[in-house]
Design a protein around this ligand. Structure first.
Ligand SMILES: CSC[C@H]1O[C@H](OP(=O)(O)O)[C@H](O)[C@@H]1O
Length: 350
């Protein structure tokens, strides 16, 4: 069982695994102030929709802790300012906004002193962390229902990192892979490198190696060839925001993988918690797509790989239409995209 927890509350501060240093260095970053948490999210020290949600929840508590007033109204007003700073970090992963809404709701609903509100906020952040870990394990368990019954072991392709590092632990897409591995049904993982930030090569491969899960890293442009050669039995990816109709935003390149999977009749699954479904959005056209600094494209390490004079375009995500998605594996059950609406929770924080 994985023991990779990217966001941990310890000794009155948050410990983050610095994902920008993996795989060469395993480094923990201590975060005691909400503005440092905002920076850690923006610079992707912590990344991955659910992990961003957990980190944001702690960021809201850290911000609350810094507010120096006993006046409830003044406290709540300043907490809203903390929320606004955190909202500005990354626009696509809806878990960030989900966590902020949930933390603000708790603050407004807590009848008591400012100190008591602060304590409740910490308890809620801890709860969000624990819930997401359980959610990922439930997603993994549910995925076993959709794995083909034949005794052959599967080769599964995944894109980017939707692993323990991208969640509270265990992972969504990689949680599926861990569960299939534990069930003795996995032959091999094919991990797309996932340009430009290489989360597949650096993070998914690292997680698989930690757990001795056989993994082949492939460059992104090899996925079609591997499918054409019959090397891939199934694709599973994570998500950063899913619209009510099942259109799913995920790391750039996911849409191309889905098109190729469709072309080769390979099942294409999205594994995600319901906290990643934004029921307020009718379809994926409405999902905000983050554009990141062009240096992620033109620089690898210290070397600049593009000539001067070129233009840049660096969208961090793309949207896979529901028609290309075989199923969405959630903590409740696996549904077809058009059935996602049936899982809409009573209480939504979006
Ligand atoms: C379990 S969701 C992980 C999701 O987040 C990643 O994006 P980023 O690394 O930019 O935070 C990627 O889209 C993963 O699928």
């Amino acid at each position: 069982m994985t023991t990779i927890y990217p966001v941990v509350w310890s000794n009155n501060k948050v410990l983050l695994i610095d994902q920008t240093c993996l795989p060469s260095q395993y480094t923990l970053v201590e975060i005691s102030r909400y503005e440092d948490m905002a920076k850690a999210i923006k610079t992707m020290i912590v990344r991955g929709a659910p992990a961003i949600g957990v980190a944001t929840a702690y960021g809201m508590y850290l911000g609350a802790r810094e507010i120096n007033t006993k006046e409830r109204e003044t406290f709540l007003k300043q907490l809203e300012e903390v929320a606004e700073i955190l909202r500005q970090t990354r626009p696509t992963a809806v878990n960030l906004f989900w966590a902020i809404s949930r933390m603000l709701k708790i603050a407004y609903e807590t009848i008591g002193t400012v100190e008591e509100i602060k304590n409740t906020l910490l308890e809620t952040a801890e709860k969000i962390n624990a819930e997401d870990l359980q959610t990922c394990q439930d997603i993994g368990k549910n995925s076993l229902q959709i794995i083909p019954p034949n005794p052959d072991k599967l080769s599964i392709l995944t894109h980017c990192n939707a692993g323990a590092l991208a969640t509270a632990g265990y992972g969504t897409a990689l949680g599926v892979i861990r569960s299939v591995w534990t069930a003795g049904r996995l032959k091999r993982v094919y991990a797309d490198e996932t340009r430009p930030r290489l989360q597949g090569a650096k993070l998914t491969a690292w997680e698989c190696v930690q757990e001795k899960i056989p993994v082949t890293v492939i460059s992104d442009n090899m996925a079609a060839h591997c499918m054409q050669k019959g090397l891939i039995d199934l694709v599973v990816v994570g998500a950063d925001r899913i619209a009510a109709n099942g259109d799913a935003a995920n790391k750039i390149g996911t849409y191309g993988v889905a098109v190729m999977a469709k072309m080769h009749n390979i099942p294409f699954y999205v594994a995600a918690p319901l906290s990643t479904v934004d029921y307020s959005l009718k379809n994926g056209d409405l999902i905000p797509i983050e554009e990141r600094d062009p240096s992620e494209l033109y620089q690898i390490g210290d070397s600049v790989i593009y000539p001067d004079g070129v233009d840049y375009y660096n969208p961090a995500f793309d949207v896979t239409p529901a028609k290309l998605i075989t199923g969405i594996i959630t903590e409740q059950k696996t549904v077809k995209p058009e059935e996602l609406i049936s899982l809409k929770p009573e209480l939504s924080y979006h």
